[in-house]
Design a protein around this ligand. Structure first.
Ligand code: ASP
Ligand code: MG
Length: 402
């Protein structure tokens, strides 16, 4: 039995008109294969549910998940009604009916198992199974949700469990771009991108796919296609390294403005001080990213600069105040008008000179670099936020992506 997975995001389901259009794609595919459709909630629905819940209870509670998961039940029901009205043999599936078993981390549950029996059996009567994305069932038999954007993860997990031949993620863009097209008008759709590159891009704020869905696809070798639900043409395939023939030096430039910088000065230059600063930050679940340390000229004191997500700055300041009380350092200052620009590409592993090009380009544009970090396939620099657009555009052309 050939099974394909088709996932539609909220913007592709925004109105009945949209759902109708999406259902036509499903109808076309179900003439050739059995189809498992995974749906998000209609655009904006989950956000308004979150708003309502937050008026009562901001703590993580299993009732929150029960409420948040309802958006998907509406969209699967509507699509099923539309398909059935056109004579397509379709039925809906919520997480408990399949079931999709998850951990009990309400609000951020992890999928533990998906049983395929019920849906496979149903394929003797139905051609389309329409699954509510984003939701699962805990060991206590309560509804869970997989974190915002989690229906991507539902789709990939289903594709892996059912050994689907295709996992197509329909969205409002044509695929993954070499840079954000609203900043770089010359940005191009990428035909093939590796899981690693995609992970770097999605953790840097390119919100095309939930990061977890990419990790899962990589683990189970599920080829994902991200494509437009409006235009009928191939999208971006997210694949294993060996399936991507051309290994460009740089595949894309991404940026994140959600960064804050902390500079601590007057730190005695002796063993153990970094631990006494980063230890308490880690204990408070603060994600420190780039770190730069300089020792002062007299060799006695050091300065330390690091970055963290802007949303964690207030929490970090409280922790730093406490550390300061213990005389570990003299002063600190913060700055949230910074942004992180990254060049990402598999080709970096084997070719030198990527960093040099980046520094040269930024230098020519008079953009000061505040911190640098690198991995095998990524170079990131921290710069002042006002230069974000200029930096992204210049790097996009430096690496020949225009
Ligand atoms: N509806 C959920 C959300 O908005 C899940 C999803 O769209 O993937 O986060
Ligand atoms: Mg999404």
């Amino acid at each position: 039995m050939n099974i394909i997975v088709m996932k539609f995001g909220g913007t592709s389901l925004a109105t009945i008109e949209h759902i109708n259009r999406a259902s036509k794609r499903v109808e076309k595919e179900c003439k050739k294969s059995k189809v498992i459709v995974v749906l998000s909630a209609m655009a904006g629905v989950t956000n308004s549910l979150v708003d309502q819940v937050s008026k009562i209870n901001s703590q993580s509670d299993s009732e929150n998940d029960l409420i948040l998961s309802t958006g998907e039940q509406i969209s699967i029901g509507l699509m099923s009604l539309i398909l059935k009205s056109r004579g397509v043999r379709a039925r809906t599936w919520t997480s408990w009916q399949i079931p999709i078993r998850t951990s009990s981390d309400y609000g951020m549950a992890r999928i533990e198992s998906i049983s395929s029996d019920n849906i496979i059996k149903s394929f003797s009567t139905y051609d389309v199974a329409i699954v509510a994305g984003f939701q699962g069932l805990s060991q206590e038999n309560r509804i869970t949700t997989l974190g915002r954007g989690g229906s991507d993860t539902t789709a990939v997990a289903i594709a892996a469990s059912f050994k689907a031949s295709q996992c197509d993620i329909y969205t409002d863009v044509e695929g993954v771009y070499t840079a954000n097209p609203s900043i770089v008008p010359n940005a191009k759709k990428i035909d093939f991108i590796t899981y690693e590159e995609m992970l770097e891009m999605s953790s840097l704020g390119a919100k095309v796919l939930q990061t977890r869905s990419v990790e899962l696809a990589m683990k189970h070798n599920v080829i994902i296609q991200v494509l437009s639900s409006q235009i009928d043409k191939p999208g971006t395939f997210v694949v294993n390294e060996d399936k991507k023939m051309e290994k460009e030096l740089v595949s894309g430039i991404s940026f994140s403005k959600d960064e804050a910088k902390v500079t601590i000065s007057g730190i005695p230059d002796k063993p153990g001080v970094s631990a006494s600063i980063f230890g308490p930050l880690a204990d408070s679940n603060i994600n420190v990213d780039m770190i730069v340390q300089n020792v002062s000229q007299d060799g006695k004191n050091a300065n330390l600069t690091f970055t963290l997500p802007q949303s964690e700055l207030i929490k970090a300041e409280k922790v730093l105040e406490n550390i300061k009380k213990n005389n570990i350092f003299q002063t600190y200052k913060t700055d949230n008008k910074v942004s992180k620009i990254s060049a990402i590409g598999m080709g970096m592993r084997s070719q030198a000179g990527v960093a040099k090009k980046m520094f040269k380009t930024l230098g020519e544009k008079n953009i000061n670099i505040l911190a640098i970090s690198t991995s095998e396939i990524k170079i990131s620099v921290l710069i002042s936020e006002e230069h974000t657009e200029l930096a992204v555009r210049s790097l996009h052309s430096t690496y020949g992506l225009d």
